[in-house]
Design a protein around this ligand. Structure first.
Ligand SMILES: [Zn+2]
Length: 122
């Protein structure tokens, strides 16, 4: 899996639930970018929903991920895996200790951060 930055910097305007591609999803709406969706059946989607609601009105970055052998599979179809405020200081990964641009997972609304791939190893 590869984390892909799909929105570099945009204002999150609304978080709602909506049916997309026949499944119940979180829908993120943005000032400039098109909407992004997450399947509500995903394990951590409820946490993401709460996290996103806390970020309405903030400038955010949005990530998706694609399988290594299928670049663009999910990222090109308006799906997302993570949303983070652009202004936050993230420190280093709670699992591997490395600080880089791929810290996209937080259990605690942005107080500490983990790489998506460290949190959910393949
Ligand atoms: Zn890590």
């Amino acid at each position: 899996m590869a984390d892909i930055e799909v929105i570099k910097s945009d204002t999150l305007t609304e978080v709602s639930e909506e049916t997309y591609n026949g499944v119940s999803c979180i829908r993120l709406s943005f000032e400039k970018s098109g909407p992004r969706y997450m399947d509500l059946q995903l394990n951590n989607s409820r946490q993401k929903y709460e996290l996103a609601q806390n970020l309405v009105g903030e400038i955010v970055k949005v990530f998706a991920w694609d399988p290594d052998n299928e670049p663009g599979k999910w990222s090109s179809r308006s799906w997302f895996t993570d949303i983070v405020p652009v202004t936050i200081v993230k420190g280093s990964c709670t699992v591997c200790g490395i600080a880089d641009d791929l810290l996209t997972y937080s259990d605690d609304f942005g107080k500490s951060w983990t790489h998506y791939r460290c949190k959910f190893p393949v």
